[in-house]
Design a protein around this ligand. Structure first.
Ligand SMILES: CCOCCOc1ccc(-c2cn(C[C@@H]3NC[C@@H](O)[C@H]3O)nn2)cc1
Length: 448
């Protein structure tokens, strides 16, 4: 057994997102999002599940906050649903939507929990997607309008801000692979989306500074750490492309003011170019205060000319997997955090990390020992990372509760709290109590 003591001011939290937990999809003046449309498209989401009810957190947020207090977290990452604030994307402001989030944030603050807010966690107003989505500068301008409304409303209440969650998912998972909303399968479209969201990010940061909003602002890329299957240059290059598309494609423009040239050249070979307009890169590279990093798994990749646009395929090495099929390998988090140092020792928060373990209720308990083991391994790496002098400031477990896992619907469970989707009864899992103890002690005690 080993004791890993965390810094006294380390932030302990959990994370969720609006479309995944709120429900009340037709209430409070909310408009239609691309996920409402996508979920209603036959074959896109397992079992035809959708976010109409989800965890009903729109009505049950006080109960959820009581559970957060019981867990002992001091930080809670959530997202605001743009369609609740400006239902048609860039028209009238919906006061009822703002009032809901004021009630929610006030309750969080009353509970002594720091709100950590994501402005965009994938629920784009459908009207904007109908007019070209992130590839249309109208959507960029609409996002800035939406962001400014939120900044002005919550400045002083919210001090930690993220513009976008997982830009790789928004651009490539959703517009090249077609697995998430809106389900496009086109390389140029996905590159246009990536560029549009980056310009929107930069403009929102400019507004944040111009309006004198208190707090810190950043972005939350998801990580795809990969190591080469062999020592061959082809396998190493395949790895580099896989890592770069999740990380460098977004963080080079933000921190360096330019895209990674080797990837620009790679896409040019595939006939796709980045639609950069005059001044875009200066806008995108506005200095930010923090990075959120979402880490779940890593891969061993090798070159395969048939393996998609990156010609990079993951090799199954027989590692233990979670129930969604992702290999469990916490080492990737450590390696990635050192990779990230090329952008400087920036303030980083792990804004998502967790395991899909579909254990169910058994005599009123959920003995999700595999989830505890996952967290134990990853928190040990977190301690190692901090010990190396990397500015890792906090950790938010994905997720507070089971919720709508996008194309997987409700069958995949990431929560520390079990949700019965018929009764909506919340039941803390054994991992909830394990994490509660880690937070209370501010140390991890490995069980082996
Ligand atoms: C068959 C080819 O497959 C290609 C990869 O397909 C995926 C699917 C899903 C993910 C994915 C899901 N999550 C968890 C979410 N992060 C944000 C929060 O909302 C969580 O629900 N992270 N990454 C990645 C890749």
């Amino acid at each position: 057994m080993t004791i890993f003591q965390f810094p006294k001011d380390f932030r302990w939290g959990t994370a969720t997102a609006s479309y995944q937990i709120e429900g009340a999809a037709q209430e409070g003046g909310r408009g239609v999002s691309i996920w409402d449309t996508f979920a209603r498209t036959p074959g896109k989401v397992f079992n035809g599940d959708n976010g109409d009810v989800a965890c009903d957190s729109y009505h049950r947020y006080e109960e959820d906050i009581e559970l957060m207090k019981k867990l002992g977290i001091n930080t809670y990452r959530f997202s605001i649903a743009w369609p609740r604030i400006i239902p048609d994307g860039d028209g009238e402001i919906n006061r009822e939507g703002l009032d809901f989030y004021h009630r929610f944030v006030d309750k969080l603050l009353e509970a002594g929990i720091e709100p950590f807010c994501t402005l965009y966690h994938w629920d784009l107003p459908q009207t904007l997607e109908d007019d070209g989505g992130w590839g249309n500068r109208r959507t960029v301008d609409a996002f800035v309008k939406y962001a400014e409304v939120i900044f002005k409303e919550f400045s002083g209440k919210i001090n930690f801000w993220l513009t976008f969650n997982e830009p790789w998912c928004i651009a490539f998972l959703s517009n090249l692979l077609g697995i998430h909303a809106p389900g496009n399968r086109d390389l140029q479209t996905s590159i246009n989306v990536a560029h549009g969201l980056l310009v929107a990010h930069g403009k929102a940061v400019q507004s944040f500074r111009r309006l004198g909003i208190t707090g810190q602002i950043g972005i939350a890329p998801n990580v795809c750490w990969a190591e080469p299957y062999s020592k061959s240059p082809e396998d190493q290059a395949a790895c580099d492309r896989s890592i770069a598309l999740n990380t460098d494609w977004f963080l080079d423009p933000i921190y360096k003011g330019s895209y990674p040239q080797f990837m620009v050249d790679w896409f040019a070979e595939a006939g796709a170019t980045v639609p950069i307009q005059e001044g875009d890169m200066e806008i995108i590279s506005q200095p930010i205060d923090l990075l959120g990093i979402n880490y779940y798994t890593m891969g061993l990749n090798r070159f395969n000319p048939e393996a998609g646009v990156l010609q990079s395929e993951e090799v199954d090495m027989g590692l233990t997997k979670t129930d969604i099929g992702w290999p469990i390998e916490s080492r990737g988090l450590y390696e990635f955090m050192h990779y990230l140092q090329k952008y400087g020792n920036v303030d980083v928060y792990i804004t998502e990390n967790g395991a899909c373990i579909n254990d169910d209720l058994n005599n009123g308990k959920i003995n999700d020992d595999r989830r505890i083991s996952y967290y134990e391994q990853h928190l040990a790496q977190i301690h190692r990372i901090i010990n190396d002098g990397i500015n890792l400031k906090g950790y938010m477990a994905w997720s507070l509760m089971d919720n709508f896992e996008w194309a997987e619907g409700y069958r995949m469970r990431f929560g520390l709290i079990h949700v019965d989707y018929r009764s909506l009864v919340r039941t803390p899992k054994e991992s909830f109590y394990w994490y509660q103890n880690v937070i209370k002690n501010n140390w991890l005690e490995t069980r082996s």
